[in-house]
Design a protein around this ligand. Structure first.
Ligand SMILES: [Zn+2]
Length: 363
């Protein structure tokens, strides 16, 4: 019997070590992709660690990704480690190929940031960088409130006024969409998708094509935190109801929500991994679920992200303000509390088991 509390780690480095030990115990093949230029807060090396197991020519593959959004990696890492620690032959059929990508954005995990070393939201980076980028008019209207020049009370008051007026005109969900769906024009802003492929994006594409392209069926779970009620794990699809991919996901996970029908805590976003996966595996039925665990209120999450964005783009990440801002963002994405950890593991375990069942039912 595993103790859920033991699955969680205090920081990226502990999480990486626990993951590698758990994967080695399961005799997984381990590959460490060393980050070519980003380092940890004390100059440490950073790696994306990939564990694979099961037949290389398997018909069915399961892909589990943690840390796409750096600081959100505490929960996903724990779910991956928990799964490695608890699976049996029954819950992990020998004919299933399993690929686990740990800390896809290791810089963000190590620094307790949601973004990459280039201030890029990795889950908005999977767009074509050779075509014009999609516009985000709402972000343009709100940009001085989203990424203010300083955190002085008067500047923040003006920002709040801007948000209030926007909500009055368009409603709160339109504001959430404007802020979070992604933008490609302001490198020092939030939810910035970047203007070139991020190193982490290249690695995940390489791993998926290398390890899973031969599969007839692939299930993917991408673990996130920061949206929804405390400890609740909402499964999110970016597919519209009625499409084969959505109906497949719904048959595995009956409570899945769709960003296309507006029943999800998340707005529809641009350039996500989930939207890119089917294109990487054109001969495969790909079934995707983003598992989003709630932490604190959306407003508190936003405040933490805004402060962190200011710290790294205009402030000094090693300066006096850093400690409190870093504690704020870590707590917003990782409530370091026993009941939250227990809820995350219970839900994560269920969702992973449902994915395995769904994959094997069609064998
Ligand atoms: Zn996320």
């Amino acid at each position: 019997m595993t103790n859920p509390l033991d699955l969680f780690s205090a920081n990226y480095f502990e999480a990486r070590e626990k993951f590698r030990v758990a994967a080695a115990r399961r005799r997984c093949e381990l590959t460490a992709h060393l980050h070519p230029h980003a380092k940890g807060p004390n100059g440490e090396d950073l790696t994306i660690d990939v564990a694979t197991s099961g037949p290389t020519r398997a018909a069915a593959g399961l892909l589990l990704i943690s840390g796409t959004h750096g600081v959100e990696g505490y929960a996903g890492s724990a779910c991956q480690i928990g799964w490695l620690n608890t699976v049996t032959n029954e819950t992990w059929p020998p004919e299933l190929r399993v690929v686990m990508i740990h800390a896809l954005n290791p810089y963000g995990f190590a620094w307790n940031r949601r973004v990459t070393e280039d201030n890029v939201d990795l889950n908005r980076n999977f767009v074509s960088h050779n075509a014009p980028y999609p516009a985000n008019d709402g972000y343009e209207q709100l940009k001085t409130a989203i990424a203010p020049k300083d955190l002085d009370p008067e500047t923040l008051r003006q920002g709040s006024e801007l948000f209030r007026d926007f909500i009055k005109e368009y409603g709160p969900f339109t504001m959430q969409e404007a802020v979070s769906k992604g933008q490609y024009a302001h490198p020092d802003g939030m939810y910035y998708g970047g203007t070139r492929e991020q190193w982490s994006a290249g690695i995940v594409k390489h791993v998926v094509r290398r390890e899973l392209a031969h599969c007839h069926r692939v299930g993917e779970i991408d673990f996130h935190t920061g949206l929804g009620p405390y400890g609740h794990g909402e499964l999110i699809s970016e597919e519209a109801a009625g499409t084969p991919a959505y109906e497949r996901a719904k048959s595995w996970w009956p409570d899945i929500c769709s960003t296309q029908s507006g029943d999800s805590v998340s707005a529809a976003v641009m350039g996500s991994i989930d939207s890119c996966l089917p294109g990487l595996l054109p001969r495969t039925d790909v079934t995707v679920g983003c598992l989003e665990f709630g932490t604190v209120s959306t407003f508190e999450v936003f405040m933490a992200l805004r402060a962190d964005n200011w710290l790294h783009t205009r402030g000094n990440p090693q300066g006096n303000e850093a400690a409190s801002i870093k504690a704020q963002i870590r707590a917003a994405f990782y409530p370091d509390q026993d009941d939250w950890k227990e809820m995350v593991w219970k839900r994560g375990e269920t969702v992973m088991a449902q994915a395995v069942q769904g994959l094997m039912a069609r064998a």
